[in-house]
Design a protein. Structure first.
Length: 434
């Protein structure tokens, strides 16, 4: 079974060769909401969260990482399920409040927080700020003095030991993230002694898109070692130990999904070790998944607008491209382009007959959505879908490029499709022009 067939079998449905999302044919969604558009299945969100909750012991709290997909309907969905939120900007804090999340259930991470952002979140009672330098800590303290509040603060640590893994490594080397482990003691002392700061614990996040459970657990165990050192230094248990996100989903044929049963076994052992250690009495362990919760729930739907065969090469030209889905074009961190799982979603039962390039409408050779991909014979008007599009797709793309309208977002729940974000108009590009 290929990747698309596996995803469809696990999460979606097919009737008469047409993809159904939450029981709704994609042709109906495209007709009612236009193309291109992003479609998210709420049932997939629920299944991914349930699997994660069953895998992680009760000692672990789960917060949704808003940067993976800040669609308001998705953020609100996770808040309603009882998750906290992890943000990386003042704008995401505003999103969190609009979604109904209580400020004390929000964590703020990121290496470049501005004074305006810090004042905004501190004035509204944010749950925890993950500071990444002594300068940032002093800024937090000064703002707290001005506002007459105390800040709950954790320290992000860049581990020195190599426990790396995943597609994007964020620690264990010179990096803008956090404080180097070897400088930990010199940073802890002024941080803990700041009267405007309530020191909570540490944040360790060294890599993302991890598909090897052993790598993930090794990072957690390294975080526990550092937490023990910090607890010894401050002579009390930590209140929080945040392991970040990092859980990956398979995008390409060579990749296999995380083994959740093996991960669950390892986590039970880790939790038992923590339970028996007085340095973790009352400590809240935490993860901040984003991609794992939303990635497989989303599909980007475009319409075939033209079919060309210049010099013996077949091109499907579709009405959406890299401006909406930079990751699928290979221009978001790929050294060598690899195709996301894609299909002509109204012809899933048709035989593969050709190898084609699928390109978007933009006036640049970079706008290639799929290269040398085997697909059935298509016609103008057919629907082309990119799976695994729930995370870092619309939100990580240059939506303003060539002033194309932004795509709509639809969430399907209980057999009903709801507009989560309207399609952009040409006037939107001029909204901020004085």
């Amino acid at each position: 079974m290929d990747h698309v067939q596996s995803l469809v079998a696990r999460h979606f449905g097919v009737i008469s060769g047409e993809l159904h999302v939450g029981g709704i044919p994609v042709s109906v969604l495209a007709r009612e909401h236009g193309t291109p558009l992003f479609v998210y299945d709420a049932q997939v969100l629920d299944r991914q969260y349930a699997l994660l909750r069953d895998t992680y012991p009760k000692e672990f709290a789960i917060s949704y990482s808003v940067k993976a997909n800040p669609c308001p309907a998705i953020v609100r969905h996770f808040v309603n399920l009882g998750l906290g939120l992890e943000i990386a900007s003042g704008g995401e804090f505003h999103q969190a409040l609009r979604a109904g999340c209580q400020p004390e259930r929000v964590l703020f991470a990121g290496p470049g927080k501005t004074e305006a952002e810090l004042e905004f979140v501190l004035g509204r009672g944010i749950g925890e700020i993950h500071v990444e330098s002594l300068l940032e800590a002093s800024r937090v303290g000064a703002i707290c003095e001005k506002l007459g509040v105390r800040a709950r603060v954790a320290l992000r640590v860049n581990p020195g030991t190599d426990v790396q893994g995943g597609a994007m490594r964020m620690g264990g080397k010179p990096a803008p993230f956090g404080v180097d482990e070897e400088r930990l003691d010199t940073v802890l002392d002024p941080l803990v002694s700041n009267s405007h700061i309530e020191f909570q614990g540490i944040h360790i996040f060294t890599g993302t898109q991890i598909l090897d459970d052993a790598v993930l657990v090794a990072q957690y165990r390294r975080g526990i070692e550092i937490a023990r050192r910090v607890a010894d230094r401050i002579h009390r248990p930590l209140r929080t130990v945040d392991f970040g996100g990092g859980l990956g989903i398979p995008y390409f044929p060579s990749e296999a999904p995380l083994s959740m049963p093996r991960l669950a076994d390892s986590l039970r052992s880790l939790a038992a070790d923590v339970r028996e250690d007085a340095r973790f009495q009352g400590t809240q362990l935490l993860i901040e998944p984003g991609r794992y919760l939303v990635g497989e729930a989303g599909i980007y739907i475009t319409r075939v607008n033209d079919i060309k065969e210049p010099r013996g090469k077949t091109f499907f030209i579709v009405d959406g491209g890299m401006n909406h889905h930079l990751a699928a074009s290979g221009n978001l961190g790929q050294v060598i382009k690899r195709n996301f799982p894609v299909a002509v979603v109204n012809r899933l039962d048709a035989p593969v007959v050709a190898t084609v390039d699928v390109v978007g409408p933009l006036c640049t050779p970079l706008d290639v959505i799929a290269r040398d991909v085997a697909l059935p014979k298509a016609q103008v008007g057919d629907l082309f879908g990119i799976f695994q599009s729930g995370a870092y797709a619309r939100t990580a793309s240059p939506l303003g490029f060539l002033s194309q309208p932004t795509p709509a977002e639809i969430i399907v729940r209980d057999g009903a499709a709801t507009l989560a974000r309207r399609r952009g108009t040409y006037d939107d590009a001029l909204r901020d022009v004085p």
